[in-house]
Design a protein around this ligand. Structure first.
Ligand code: OAD
Length: 246
């Protein structure tokens, strides 16, 4: 489906020099990956985050948490980037001032070709140990998962940010600086509810950037955004890329 963008939006897209895209689970929905907060289909409609996505949950039941992430890793590995991801890679290729901050851990932006990218919540395909964050590329098979770290013997876990854990400081600072300095900010497929990442569009808006929201549903950002496209990312982003790069 091709959508028509307002002419004022097209003018701002074409004039933009420094562009930040901020993405959430919604951009990967069209690749078949579940979001978190959508009422029927979101992961948090089926599972409780406090059972699966906190350090305490891992300490209580490491096997359950490890196996849940193993399942998600398998689903993410089979998924393919969709036209929304590819449109952002196309914009980056044409725009030296493009920066992407994602909350997604699925790795699909990098697979689509984005390089000027921070993964604020980590990446599900990387594994580290619980006690010292030693990276692990492989491990001995075990009947009692999770496997253990080859260096220190502590349990292995996914390199993602769980509730109650800090974001990697360097990733967050880069994203905050980019948001403060951009002239165009695209907020795509995120409920804009999980802080500190959710602060980014507000930082951009309060520093004078044009803020564009792409989301079929209302979010706490909708009132502040200069333009709201109630579209799927896979529809809106190719139209935006075409308008910018024509
Ligand atoms: P959410 O599940 O909270 O929000 C997904 C958003 O995507 C919703 O607002 C949907 O309306 C929207 N959406 C659904 N399909 C879409 C589509 N095809 N195109 C565009 N938008 C669509 O996911 P996030 O905002 O990413 O944190 O959640 C933020 C964080 O909460 C996640 O990174 C994760 C989660 O707990 C951690 O794992 C630390």
């Amino acid at each position: 489906m091709v959508i028509d963008l307002p002419s004022e939006l097209i003018d701002r897209l074409r004039a933009a020099q420094r562009i930040v895209a901020f993405t959430g689970a919604g951009i990967s929905a069209e690749s078949g990956l579940s979001t978190f907060r959508d009422k029927q289909t979101g992961l948090w409609a089926k599972y409780r985050p406090e059972d699966l996505a906190t350090p305490q949950a891992f300490q209580r039941n490491p096997r359950m948490v490890w196996e849940w992430y193993e399942w998600r890793r398998g689903v993410a590995a089979k998924a393919e980037p969709n036209p929304g991801h590819y449109a952002l890679a196309q914009i980056e290729a044409a725009h030296p001032g493009f920066f992407l901050a994602t909350q997604n851990v699925d790795g699909l932006h990098a697979r689509a070709g984005n390089r000027n990218l921070v993964e604020l919540h980590g990446n599900i395909r990387r594994t580290i140990c619980f006690d010292h964050r030693h990276p692990a590329d492989s491990w001995a098979p075990t009947d009692e998962p999770p496997p253990r770290c080859a260096h220190c013997g502590s349990l292995l876990r996914p390199d993602v940010v769980w509730f109650g854990e800090p974001l990697r400081g360097d990733a967050l600072v880069r994203a905050q600086q980019a948001a403060a300095q951009c002239d165009l900010f695209l907020s795509i497929g995120t409920s804009t509810m999980v802080y500190p990442a959710a602060e980014l569009p507000f930082i951009a808006g309060s520093n004078g950037a044009t803020v564009i929201e792409i989301n079929p549903d209302f979010t706490p950002l909708s009132k502040l955004a200069n333009f709201v496209l109630r579209e799927k990312a896979g529809t809106a982003l190719p139209a935006i890329a075409a308008a910018m790069l024509d």
